[in-house]
Design a protein around this ligand. Structure first.
Ligand SMILES: Nc1ncnc2c1ncn2[C@@H]1O[C@H](COP(=O)(O)OP(=O)(O)OP(=O)(O)O)[C@@H](O)[C@H]1O
Ligand SMILES: [Mg+2]
Length: 371
């Protein structure tokens, strides 16, 4: 009960008692009918107090009423013994009604509290149930993903064998044939296209293999800032051609035990995606820093890739790490799946969010004690 409400209730009860008592004392005894009415009016504050404040309130108010009403009986009605006795009986009734109503109100309050407690318990169980079902769904999703990856692994081994060897022969033959033509010749250009496309096909097969084969990590001390710098250097020319800005803000030394080549690959995939999503004037900012909780400030390294490109619609964000999910005509959809696999292998995690006002933010967290 709020303080304000409490004061109002107390004022109502007190006001009623004082008002009725004044009426008793100031009404001449020649009007017994009115006195009979006033006498019964006392039940109103007594019952209200019992409802609002329980047993204590009911009995307390009945006692106050009795004390205030008694002198009136003794001194004013004293010479009419019949009526006097009846009024003493009324006082007894005040206390009885106050006590019984207060007791029932206390019981009711107790039952209500019990019900509220049960409802809160039920709500809590419902919430836990919801969390558990969400967990089951996510585990099921992971299982399905693992299943798909293992089928993919077997398929990849066969495919790699079937594609790579003839591809090698095709490239070799194309190289030999190219020697017979001069640049500018139509056939020379066709052979160039053939070599370029074969190279792309080869890359797809390699990506495929990288994703599906279990590849042990080769852990060495590596400086994340240095890896990021070398990736940025690699893509800088392409970015400049498109009129994009790539900015790297990294602490000088961010070292952890990790697989340098694989982390390099993971960062490259994310950065390439950023560049591919942007147009002239856009900026990709890469920030790398120490992270962790209050107790262990340097327990992980956080790398944030923030682009101002086309962005990813919210409903697609959960699909982008799936193998073969792509929205690009020439994409394989393996880049982020490989990145996730590498980060997972380092016991880290990768998260995606929308950038403001446009673009995407990819955040990679890698614990320092990864191996
Ligand atoms: N920074 C980004 N901005 C906008 N869309 C993105 C970004 N990064 C990823 N995506 C979306 O996620 C999809 C999957 O990315 P992923 O790198 O796995 O494959 P891809 O880039 O399409 O092909 P590739 O195998 O050549 O990398 C992309 O097709 C694109 O729709
Ligand atoms: Mg990609």
């Amino acid at each position: 009960m709020k303080k304000f409400e409490l004061y109002i209730r107390l004022a109502v009860i007190l006001g009623a008692i004082i008002g009725i008592t004044l009426l008793h004392y100031n009404t001449p005894l020649t009007k017994p009918m009115l006195h009979d009415v006033f006498q019964r009016l006392y039940y109103i504050p007594i019952i209200l107090a019992a409802f609002w404040f329980g047993l204590k309130g009911g009995i307390g108010t009945a006692l106050v009423v009795s004390i205030l009403y008694a002198p009136h009986i003794i001194f004013q009605w004293g010479d009419r013994p019949m009526l006097e006795t009846e009024k003493y009986l009324e006082i007894l009734l005040y206390n009885l009604v106050g006590g019984v109503t207060g007791f029932l109100s206390d019981q009711e309050k107790h039952r209500r509290e019990q019900l509220e407690k049960t409802a809160a318990g039920l709500e809590e169980s419902y919430r836990t149930l919801q969390q558990q079902s969400a967990l089951i769904i996510s585990i099921e999703e992971q299982l399905r993903r693992a299943e798909r990856l293992s089928v993919l692994g077997e398929l990849a081994a066969v495919l790699a064998h079937e594609i790579r060897n003839p591809l090698g022969s095709i490239c070799g033959t194309a190289e030999i044939l190219k020697d017979d033509y001069q640049p500018g010749d139509k056939k020379f250009e066709f052979l160039e296209i053939l070599l370029k496309e074969s190279d792309r096909l080869n890359r797809v097969v390699e990506d495929f293999l990288r994703l599906s084969r279990p590849q042990p990590l080769s852990m060495k001390l590596c400086n994340i800032s240095k890896e990021l710098r070398s990736v940025v250097l690699l893509v800088q020319a392409e970015a400049q051609d498109k009129g994009l800005h790539v900015e790297l803000k990294a602490e000088e030394v961010l070292e952890l035990m990790g697989d340098r080549d694989k982390l390099h690959q993971a960062f490259l995939n994310v950065i390439l995606n950023g560049i591919q999503s942007m147009a002239g004037g856009d900026t990709l900012t890469i920030e790398a820093r120490w992270g962790g909780n209050l107790n262990q400030e340097h327990s992980e390294i956080q790398i944030v890739f923030r682009d101002t490109g086309a962005g990813i619609p919210e409903n697609l964000r959960r699909n982008i790490f799936e193998p073969f999910f792509t929205t690009k005509t020439d994409g394989t959809g393996l880049g982020l799946a490989i990145t996730k696999k590498i980060i997972d292998a380092h016991r880290g995690r990768i998260e995606v969010a929308a950038n403001s006002p446009k673009g995407s933010i990819f955040t990679v967290f890698i614990p320092v004690g990864a191996s």
